[in-house]
Design a protein around this ligand. Structure first.
Ligand code: HAM
Length: 428
């Protein structure tokens, strides 16, 4: 009786071999790009103590209130959470290992994150980010550098639709004054708010500004803007950022209602958005989080960072018709079974010793079917090892991409060199 199949968990995707070349291409570009700005890799665990995210991201954020995958560890009643973002874990590691003890640090990460959101286009329960953090810098030069860095990445990737929005959230006291006025503004218009906004009124009123409900558009447009509450120092920081962006030729729009969904931000926040992906069009979000390191038990240390949604970038590239073919092996080795199989196995190992990429046929099959597999593998050459070849200590080489090419018998001793020469010639 056939057993029932087990499907992947909802909202969690498989990366299949056909899509892998595009991901590999993207990841390789990212690795070069972060290096070109002096960022070093940091890899933190996927599991952290729940408290890290509660304290780091903020108790009344959507992520902490309703999106975390949290469970109790088997051995104790410790509460653990699958990381919903990288920043809190990166800061935890930086404090734990005194990373900024003698100098500021630029670090980056890439990997899976988990949020129990409603799955839809561009929004998954397991997704991937490229995350970049600069710890120990007050800015605004580094703020501008990170934003210019992203403008460069879109250029490298050929993404032309990404537009930039920036805002300044000021410092905690400035936000507190804004908050008082915001609450009073919305309280007076409570009847116009939707249920979500009424709930946020007492928890996180700034997030009401983030609402995508079209019925609230006018109400939000008339709400008090943070810009009016900024101190001179915050304003100078924001002006400094804008001057540098203008000088670097990076176009931006100031959006006074851009607040971001995590609680740790102050001063600069920014998002890169595309209109090509429907409602989930934010490719990248980030900002300054000067209060966070102290909030997590470290010495007060200013910091700024951002994260790119990798699935969204990949969708952008796919939509733009970006094709990446699978990387092909150089050689496919076929054999006739029996004594020829171990000889083929060894020949394949020797070719790999010489630096070639090789598939050696595994299992039994007719020569004809093996040659078909060699062809569909994309290999440049088939190396055939039959009984005659074993007897003569040789192999037959067939060029698979030039139909007119004759087969050649080549002594095993010079097989690798012959193939390397032929590959170089084919490349020219
Ligand atoms: P975030 O805005 O929550 O920021 O996420 C950054 C990006 O990750 C989003 O703009 C989006 O592209 C992608 N993303 C988020 N959730 C999902 C999802 N469910 N499915 C697919 N993609 C998603 C942060 O995570 C901050 N830690 C960024 C940061 C770093 N700020 C300072 N340093």
């Amino acid at each position: 009786m056939a057993r029932e199949r087990i499907a992947a968990v909802r909202g969690m995707n498989d990366l299949l071999p056909a899509q892998a070349p595009l991901w590999e291409w993207f990841e390789a570009r990212v690795a070069d790009w972060v290096r070109s700005y002096g960022y070093q890799l940091i890899r933190t665990p996927v599991l952290e103590h729940t408290e890290l995210f509660v304290r780091g991201i903020g108790e009344v954020t959507d992520i902490v209130e309703k999106e975390m995958y949290t469970f109790e560890a088997r051995s104790s009643s410790e509460k653990l959470t699958l990381r919903p973002e990288f920043t809190a874990g990166t800061v935890r590691a930086a404090i734990e290992h005194s990373l900024t003890y003698d100098a500021p640090k630029r670090v980056w990460s890439m990997g899976p994150l988990f949020r129990h959101e409603r799955p839809q286009r561009g929004r998954f329960r397991q997704f991937h980010q490229v995350n970049v953090e600069a710890l120990g810098f007050t800015g605004p030069d580094i703020d501008a550098e990170q934003i210019a860095m992203l403008a460069r990445l879109w250029k490298i990737l050929g993404i032309t639709s990404a537009r930039l929005e920036i805002n300044c959230l000021g410092q905690l006291e400035e936000r507190a004054r804004h908050r008082v006025d915001l609450i009073s503004y919305f309280e007076q218009r409570r009847k116009l708010l939707d249920a979500d906004s009424v709930r946020r009124l007492t928890t996180n009123p700034m997030r009401i500004l983030d609402s995508k409900n079209p019925a609230l558009t006018q109400l939000l447009a008339d709400a008090p803007e943070i810009t009016a509450y900024l101190s001179d120092a915050s304003r100078r920081h924001f002006d400094g950022l804008q001057d540098l962006l203008n000088a670097a030729g990076v176009a931006f729009k100031v959006n006074p209602r851009l607040v971001r969904g995590l609680d740790y931000y102050n001063l600069t926040v920014f998002e890169w958005i595309t209109d090509e992906l429907g409602s989930q069009g934010t490719l990248c979000g980030g900002g300054r989080y000067d209060p966070l390191i102290e909030r997590l038990g470290g010495k007060p240390t200013p910091a700024i960072g951002f994260a790119i949604g990798m699935e969204r970038v990949i969708e952008c590239l796919t939509q733009a018709g970006h094709i990446n073919d699978a990387a092909h092996v150089d050689v496919y080795v076929v054999h006739q079974g029996g004594v020829t199989a171990p000889r083929a196995f060894l020949a394949a190992e020797q070719l790999r010793d010489a630096g070639l990429d090789v598939i050696c046929h595994a299992g039994e099959a007719s020569l004809k079917s093996q040659m078909k597999k060699a062809d569909t593998s994309g290999a440049e050459f088939a190396v055939i090892i039959g009984e005659n070849e074993v007897a003569a200590d040789s192999a037959t080489v067939k060029a698979l991409r030039t139909p007119s090419a004759e087969q050649r018998i080549v002594p095993l001793q010079i097989l690798a060199d012959t193939l390397i020469d032929a590959l170089v010639q084919a490349d020219q």
